[in-house]
Design a binder for this molecule. Structure first.
Ligand code: PMP
Length: 428
């Protein structure tokens, strides 16, 4: 029974582990874009795509690769030559757009960002980091120290000196009402001003589209404009692609490409869906940055054979089936449909997004005031209707997040939109 499981969960796991829903859900299996709970209820999964499942639940190609590898060998990922790790690294290096790229695998996005910070601070001999307001970069000691979203940053005792930069959230803030060009210019001025008052930072880390922050994106080109300022000063640009990578944004394979006018980032991190549920994270950097560490390092599980086999099978499926193109096409239809619904629901202030990464901002009607209670009510109502979505946002969790597996088809997009429409219309 789920209730019994909830009691046991609460008795033994930390209070700060966030659980969705008044009656939390136990997901027991999945297939394609659907999952089932312990009571046998079926849900269309419009959130698992960003968490774990980039392509599809129980994708046969990945299941086969994982079980074959499990039957062969799972050993330390480093210390011995690891063929699947070399193969996936070659593929990612080539796809990354970063020249002379080296890849290091981790087991999570947190650890990937931690490693990026290790590299940037060592390379630059500086522990000052620029991060974006409202950002989320993980849960480790160093990652919470660069997480601007205060709801997810539980300690101020960071080993890093972090300065927060304007720009990542267009929805609110002092520059929100400006035109795109004026907004970028104002954020660049603000960054220059900040740099005038500080020790030389190691890097700027940014999510091209803020994920936990509620799927908010700055105007295209903001980070290209930042890069010019950073480059002149030798400051590195780290793109956190944990949510935006692998074609999810439709137009681009990587989120940073919307800001690529002045070249690729110096460092890029990835995680989540690439293993389709197997724990893969990683860092890509130019070799002079990756190789700046002056002692050896190892990782027992980062890049282990079984996760790499899953990653290779999943990446092949993604590319062979052009799921980036699918995200662009089906995501385009979905966002149009949701915008049409939103026009009749006063609590929806904005439907925004790219590809299959769509945010719905809920506010008190006609105002900018966040309304987390209503957002939570819509989340519950969607579940009642058989649809799982996520929530997020910087100013309380008043954004709804839609991020299905990238293989979503048009019929499923229509079905999910209809359920969401009912949920939104059920708001008193
Ligand atoms: N970076 C971003 C942008 C994320 O969204 C997340 C996870 N929500 C992380 C890093 C951390 O990843 P993980 O949970 O795998 O540690």
């Amino acid at each position: 029974m789920t209730n019994d499981l909830l009691g046991r969960h609460r008795a033994v796991l930390p209070d700060w582990l966030a659980l969705y829903y008044e009656e939390p859900l136990e997901i027991t299996h999945g297939e394609g874009r659907h999952v089932w709970d312990a009571q046998g209820n079926r849900y269309l999964d419009f959130f698992g795509g960003i968490l774990t499942t980039m392509t599809a639940h129980a994708l046969p190609e990945v299941t086969k690769a994982v079980s074959e590898q499990a039957g062969r060998i799972i050993h330390s990922s480093t210390l011995y030559l690891n063929r699947p790790m070399v193969e996936l690294a070659e593929r990612i290096a080539q796809l990354s757009g970063i020249p002379d790229a080296r890849v290091f695998f981790t087991t999570s996005g947190t650890e990937a960002n931690d490693t990026a910070l290790l590299l940037a601070t060592a390379y630059r001999r500086s522990n000052t980091i620029l991060a974006m307001r409202n950002s989320y970069h993980g849960r480790s000691f160093s990652a919470v120290g660069i997480t601007g979203n205060s709801g997810w940053s539980p300690t101020s005792l960071s080993p890093l000196q972090t300065l927060y930069v304007h720009g990542g959230v267009r929805t609110r803030g002092p520059f929100a009402s400006l035109s795109d060009d004026a907004y970028i210019a104002a954020c660049v001025d603000d960054l220059k001003d900040l740099l005038g008052h500080t020790r030389p930072p190691a890097a700027l880390i940014a999510e091209p589209v803020q994920g936990v922050g509620g799927f908010t994106a700055p105007p295209d080109g903001l980070y290209a404009a930042f890069r010019e300022v950073l480059h002149e000063r030798g400051i590195l640009w780290i793109a956190d692609e944990v949510q935006t990578g692998w074609g999810r944004t439709g137009e681009h394979f990587w989120g940073w490409q919307a800001h690529g006018r002045n070249g690729p980032p110096d460092i890029m991190t990835f995680a989540k869906g690439i293993g389709n549920g197997m724990s893969i994270g990683g860092v890509v950097a130019r070799s002079e940055i990756m190789n700046c560490l002056d002692s050896n390092s190892i990782s027992t599980f980062g890049g282990t054979q079984i996760t790499m086999a899953a990653g290779l099978a999943n990446l092949n499926y993604l590319l062979e089936h052009d799921l980036q193109g699918n995200a662009r096409r089906v995501g385009g239809l979905l966002i149009e449909r949701l915008r049409a619904v939103a026009a009749h629901v006063p609590a929806v202030r904005e439907v925004r997004g790219r590809g299959l990464m769509i945010g719905i901002e809920i506010t008190k009607p006609g105002t900018d005031e966040a309304d987390p209670q209503t957002a939570a009510a819509v989340l519950e109502a969607a579940r009642e209707g058989g649809l799982l979505i996520g929530k997020g946002g910087g100013h309380n969790t008043s954004s709804l997040r839609v991020a299905p597996p990238l293989s979503l088809n048009v019929a499923e997009a229509e079905e999910g939109a209809a359920i969401l429409e009912n949920a939104l219309r059920s708001i008193p």
